[in-house]
Write a protein that binds this ligand. Structure first.
Ligand code: NAP
Ligand code: GCO
Length: 266
């Protein structure tokens, strides 16, 4: 077997939560290209239908499910359906997530809870739903999509940073608790990636100039650019493949160097 064979996902079943568009879609596309059978979910019927068409346009026969990852019953039903239609889930990517950019003093407890529910509680619910079959099968890969905010804070994202910091530690704990069953749980920490979630931070201003935050990120990134979802494809395949069977509890930051860099002098 050549070294590239260890990156193959041939015959594997991958579930990417929130895989209707953005980072999740790119990861699912990469997994399909590496040979995996693809399942994804989202909450919106329109998002689901457009995503199925988008996957088909790329020659990918993905199975899409309407499932709110915060709802344990829906999650159990989705995992059962995937098992019946595709097989036991070998690879779970906890990608579904939201952000609310509100100053903490103005954020309601309900808004804080909603972000934590989707970004932290749901990866727990999803992982709990797939672990028993992974244990029985003798292998499994869980990949949690963390964030720069797993390491850093910034104004207005208190709930998101708390959730993503917690997700980093949940990653390490799943590693600790299930590593003996040949289950690897790692995280990917994307930098600033051009998706619908960050679109408000990149809007062109009324005078035609770039959004101040857009300019800020360019100055803070050695790569001097925003990331694209495609930048995450290779790292995601690596962490889902046999090539990373001895990598566990790690957060792989795919950030163009932001975390290593003090930033360009204004
Ligand atoms: P996005 O464009 O907003 O896509 C989020 C996806 O998650 C959508 O498919 C959405 O579909 C789904 N989703 C949201 N809440 C859900 C729920 N309760 N149940 C099921 N599906 C749900 O976000 P993105 O930029 O691709 O980010 C994906 C992940 O990467 C998130 O965890 C985010 O925190 C993280 N991340 C993003 C960046 C970035 O710069 N973009 C950087 C670091 C980390 P529905 O709304 O139809 O449910
Ligand atoms: C923000 C951005 C970030 C990115 C990402 C960075 O408002 O600061 O949305 O949070 O989404 O998490 O890694």
């Amino acid at each position: 077997m050549g070294i590239l064979d260890s990156f193959s996902l041939e015959g594997k079943v991958a579930l990417v939560t929130g895989g209707a568009y953005g980072i999740g879609f790119a990861i699912a596309e990469a997994y399909a290209g590496a040979g995996a059978k693809i399942a994804f979910n989202c909450r919106g019927q329109e998002h689901l239908e457009k995503a199925l068409a988008d996957y088909e346009a790329k020659g990918i026969r993905a199975k899409g499910y309407l499932c709110d990852v915060t709802d344990e019953d829906q999650v159990r039903e989705m995992v059962k359906s995937i098992k019946k239609e595709l097989g036991v889930i070998d690879i779970l990517v906890n990608n579904a997530g939201i952000i609310k950019r509100i100053p903490m003093t103005e954020m309601s407890a309900a808004e804080f809870r909603q972000v934590v529910d989707i970004d932290l509680n749901a990866p727990f619910i999803m992982s709990k739903a797939v672990l028993p079959d992974m244990i029985e099968k003798g292998h499994g890969k869980i990949i949690n999509i963390c964030s720069m905010m797993s390491e850093l804070g910034r104004e207005t994202v208190s709930a998101y940073a708390a959730a993503k910091g917690g997700l980093k530690m949940l990653t390490k704990n799943i590693c600790s608790e299930y590593g003996e069953y040949n289950i690897q749980c790692n995280g990917i920490g994307p930098g600033y990636i051009a998706t619908p979630q960050t679109a408000p931070l990149r809007e062109t201003q009324a005078d035609g100039s770039r959004h101040p935050f857009d300019q800020f990120i360019i100055s803070k990134t050695p790569a001097a650019r925003w990331g694209d979802p495609e930048d995450l494809m290779g790292p995601a395949v690596f962490l889902a493949s046999d090539a990373s069977d001895f990598v566990n509890g790690q957060i792989l930051y795919v950030d163009g160097g932001i975390l290593a860099y003090i930033g360009k002098q204004p």
